[in-house]
Design a binder for this molecule. Structure first.
Ligand SMILES: CC(C)=CCC/C(C)=C/CC/C(C)=C/CC/C(C)=C/[C@@H]1[C@@H](COP(=O)(O)OP(=O)(O)O)[C@]1(C)CC/C=C(\C)CC/C=C(\C)CCC=C(C)C
Length: 589
């Protein structure tokens, strides 16, 4: 009996497990636990018969003085723990590295993809074919090596055991495996593989585990690392990452297509996942995929704060928030970029009619879609068609449009005379947005709050939206002046001996700074009064909403400091600082 193998865990596998867990803890959800648990179960169940065979046939052994002595089907318990901890570590690394990617946009409907040329369809078929050929070839080589029963035996056994599983995963998820960024696929394979190669080099040198001489090639990748061992860790990490990708592929299908999977649970069953994989890609809703792709592109381009925050949401809520953002952005831009007040008013009227049709049709009724196609520019279609109206009440959307109407009043005189006017404006353009975000959250996650409690949280959210809008106004005094708007209440302006016209002419100077500071103080007071309510949201949403709010309020903190960086006339939060804010927000409780 010995502790050498156990010490390998104490020194090399448990510390990264602890570090990765601590790092990912604030984002760890039930769904993640399910995915990791599912994969550990599959990995342990699939590896035990194979490893047990290797040990019983003497291909692989553990000197008795390095293991504690407890076994499962002849496998030392330390080894069984290895399957668990390796799957856990590689899975967690995959979850961390894939977090920034919004995976559903990599779903692809082979034949129906609009604009997909024959060449691109051919390319996809070629990838698929090459994958199948590679798997088949590896299995045949492995089988031959096993049959020869010589130096290639161990390599052959690795191949005939692992490649059929990889083949299966390739078959169900090859488009995701090829399409996803390498940070989601290659990196989480390479990093743990290199690490385990180093650990293995040390273990084999110490004789913690031994490969029998007649069943290996005797070739070393580097001093102390047998090629078979290198292959083993590469293949097992590939299995884990492919497995995670295949699960995420299924989840993406479930969460992206409500027509195929209406009201999916937060944690879908393995059966539902399989059903998702069996759904033919030709039945995917192309418009929805386009809507999501455009929404991601819009958010990435227009809002760094919300883009970062959106990465911390998971599953269905991430899609819904993206689609809500896309609608709000498109509506705001239609009004802001209109060439005349008359045109802007027409857009608002058309948006009201759009809401009318969308809410009477409740879904993608052909008449509602036709109305959009006939009345709005092509680049806005997906944002309008995909607005999740079934999950949102109509009032906040109408109020948002009323907020945009107030913007137009600037062409005659400032509509914001008093602080109360400012508050009404902020409630309409931002309080409504917060309310809709919270509605979406309550729609997806179960809450222990009573209806009254939920309304209280929505009210607090409304206040928080107001705080964010105050920061937005404080940031954009110069930018807004350029388009003839001063959102600061005229009563405040007069109190500093200025007029809206004088600010339009010169939106800088000490008094404008004092006004900015006054507005920021208001923003932070409102923020302080409503932030506690975030903790009453369903647990899955608390951290991500904290990130959204804090990332935006950080703009206000930057504005309070002298000498901030200005880009395109706006104060910006440097990337590093944004990440630190997000990190702190996630870890706060
Ligand atoms: C991750 C996440 C939450 C994403 C989605 C957020 C979303 C749907 C935003 C819509 C943004 C938008 C374009 C709205 C149109 C009206 C508007 C311009 C509002 C201002 C946003 C500023 O965005 P930006 O700086 O990009 O705009 P401009 O370049 O100036 O045009 C607003 C300041 C409103 C944003 C308000 C929110 C996102 C609400 C935040 C509050 C919560 C989510 C609730 C907090 C919960 C509790 C319980 C307190």
């Amino acid at each position: 009996m010995g502790l050498d193998y156990a010490l390998v865990h104490v020194k090399y596998t448990i510390p990264p497990a602890i570090l990765l867990t601590l790092f990912y803890r604030p984002l760890f959800t039930k769904l993640d636990a399910y995915k990791i648990g599912f994969l550990i179960t599959v990995a342990v169940t699939a590896t035990i018969p194979w490893d047990s065979y290797l040990i019983r046939t003497g291909i692989w052994s553990y000197p008795s003085h390095v293991v504690v002595g407890w076994t499962l089907f002849d496998i030392p318990l330390e080894e069984v723990f290895f399957f668990v901890v390796q799957t856990y570590n590689t899975s967690l690394l995959y979850l961390i590295l894939s977090k920034p990617t919004f995976q559903p946009i990599y779903l692809r409907a082979e034949q129906a993809e609009p604009g997909a040329s024959d060449k691109s369809n051919f390319q996809w078929r070629l990838y698929n074919y090459l994958g199948h050929m590679a798997c088949l070839l590896l299995i045949v080589c492995g089988w031959v090596a096993v049959m020869r029963n010589g130096e290639g035996t161990y390599t052959g056994l690795i191949l005939v055991w692992a490649v059929p599983v990889l083949w299966f995963l390739w078959t169900i998820a090859y488009e995701f495996l090829v399409g996803l960024p390498l940070s989601n696929t290659l990196l989480p394979i390479i990093l743990p593989t290199l690490y385990l190669w180093i650990v293995d080099t040390l273990a084999l040198k110490r004789g913690t585990w031994v490969i029998s001489a007649g069943t290996k090639y005797g070739v070393h990748l580097w001093d102390g690392l047998e090629v078979e061992e290198a292959l083993f860790f590469l293949v097992t990490n590939t299995l884990i990452v492919f497995g995670q990708v295949a699960v995420d592929n299924g989840l993406s299908i479930i969460y992206t297509f409500p027509d195929l999977f209406p009201n999916p649970p937060v944690v879908p069953s393995a059966r539902m996942l399989m059903r998702a994989h069996l759904t033919p890609a030709s039945s995917y809703d192309q418009d929805r995929l386009i809507g999501l792709r455009e929404a991601v592109a819009r958010l990435r381009k227009k809002s760094r704060s919300f883009y970062l925050a959106s990465a911390t949401f998971q599953g269905q809520i991430r899609s819904d928030l993206l689609l809500l953002y896309s609608f709000c952005r498109v509506a705001d831009d239609l009004v802001d970029n209109a060439s005349s007040t008359e045109e802007a008013r027409q857009w608002i009227a058309k948006l009201h009619t759009f809401l009318e049709t969308a809410y009477s049709a409740r879904g993608k009724d052909p008449s509602a879609v036709k109305h959009i196609r006939d009345n709005f520019p092509q680049e806005t279609h997906s944002a309008l068609i995909q607005l999740p109206v079934a999950k949102l009440s109509r009032k906040p959307l109408q109020d948002l449009l009323r907020g945009f109407e107030m913007d137009l009043d600037f062409n005659t005189a400032s509509p914001i005379h008093s602080e109360a006017d400012l508050e009404i404006y902020a409630e309409r353009v931002a309080g409504t947005v917060a309310q809709m975000c919270i509605e979406l959250i309550f729609n997806i996650y179960t809450s222990t709050l009573s209806a009254e409690g939920q309304n209280r949280v929505i009210d607090a959210g409304n206040r928080m939206g107001v705080a964010l809008q105050y920061v937005n106004i404080a940031r954009d005094i110069s930018v807004d002046a350029k388009i003839g708007r001063v959102y600061l209440p005229t009563t405040w302006i007069a109190g500093f001996g200025l007029t809206p016209e004088s600010i339009l002419k010169d939106p800088q100077g000490p008094n404008v700074e004092r006004l900015r500071s006054k507005l920021l103080d208001k923003a932070f007071a409102v923020y302080e009064g409503s932030r506690a309510a975030i903790e009453e949201l369903p647990v899955e949403a608390c951290g991500p909403i904290r990130v959204a709010v804090e990332s935006y309020m950080e703009i206000g903190r930057v504005l309070k400091q002298a000498g901030y960086t200005v880009k395109a006339g706006r104060a910006t939060v440097p990337k590093r600082r944004r990440l630190q804010v997000a990190w702190r927000a996630l870890n706060r409780r």
